[in-house]
Design a protein around this ligand. Sequence first.
Ligand code: B12
Length: 214
Amino acid sequence: MGDALARLHDAVLNGEFRGIEGLIEQAVAEGHSALVILNTALVKGLGEAGRRFECGEYFLPNLVTAAKAMSTAVAAIQEQLTNEGAVVDTRGTFVIGTIQGDVHNIGKNIVAAMLEASGFRVFDLGVDVKPEVFVDRALEQGADIIGISALMTTTMSRQQRVIELLVERGVRDRFKVMVGGAPMTASWCQRVGADDFATDAVTGVQKAKQLLAR
Ligand code: B12
């Protein structure tokens, strides 16, 4: 790992959000692409913070500052992440949000940035989004794909509610639906009646393109 990448990894892990934009600039100056910075430094740093939280070495305040450092770094790199795609044509409209009860948005924001980089028009509904709001906004925006993020086993079930509402309103076949987030599996995707799922942004974008090609 380059010098700036290693320092970025540690800055996220240690929750040192002040000055993290400067480290991003340094990593870019060292010639690293936004995707490399994201995957080799930032995601790994936050992953290690998550591991430490799981085994009791880190407490919630540590996780909060690590997440703040990650969010600051992702915001600093977002424009470059989008520019790296440099796609001119619009592939389709993607309405994305984190489901009700869940405020995890780091991964969702990365997916949104990478979708934009790949030519999608993205409407980001934010976090803690009610199932009804997914459906209303998708109809308003003429979405092609609805993407529902959930990071917790306790909030996953509400993804299913979005699909039930689409069926109840007789509009299920107007949209492709993707469920996303670390706890997603093929069997969960099938059980809730989604069209596809992803547990990382790169696969998510690939699958979104495939869904529209069908
Ligand atoms: C950072 C973090 C936080 C931060 C979130 C900050 C933020 N702005 O997002 C803070 C500190 C606020 C937080 C709070 C909580 N958290 Co938390 N958190 C995490 C942690 C460490 C990392 C999540 C993350 O950002 N990962 C990095 C990103 C890049 O990865 P990702 O989120 O998986 O996203 C990728 C994919 O999932 C996919 N993807 C995501 N969304 C979508 C959407 C679509 C459409 C597609 C296609 C793909 C896709 O692509 C993304 C990019 O590659 C995880 C542990 C872990 N290892 O996942 C716990 C974790 C998710 N949290 C957990 C818990 C319990 C909580 C709290 C309840 C803690 C508490 N006691 O208060 C609260 C809940 C708050 C709430 N109501 O939502 C648990 C959930 C357990 C469970 N039952 O499922 C975890 C698993 C930790 C643990 N093992 O205990 N958390």
